[in-house]
Design a binder for this molecule. Structure first.
Ligand SMILES: [Zn+2]
Length: 67
């Protein structure tokens, strides 16, 4: 049994950042996730924008989802 999570839309393996930004933008208590690409599509945004947000939250150090 795989011990990593996969995107519920496309099945890609998820990284910690993918899960963290999903929790931040969609649902903090989620246990199913989208990868960055699918999340961007769902939110009507772009992958670049989501990656910027990840970098921003990590840089601020204020969000406990990003360590
Ligand atoms: Zn996906």
């Amino acid at each position: 049994m795989a011990n990593y999570k996969t995107c519920m839309e496309c099945g890609n393996e998820l990284l910690a950042d993918d899960i963290a930004i999903h929790r931040k933008l969609v649902n903090r208590n989620a246990d199913e996730f989208f990868c960055i690409g699918c999340l961007a599509e769902k939110l009507g945004s772009s992958r670049e924008r989501i990656e910027e947000l990840i970098a921003y939250y990590r840089a601020t150090g204020k969000c406990t989802l990003f360590v």
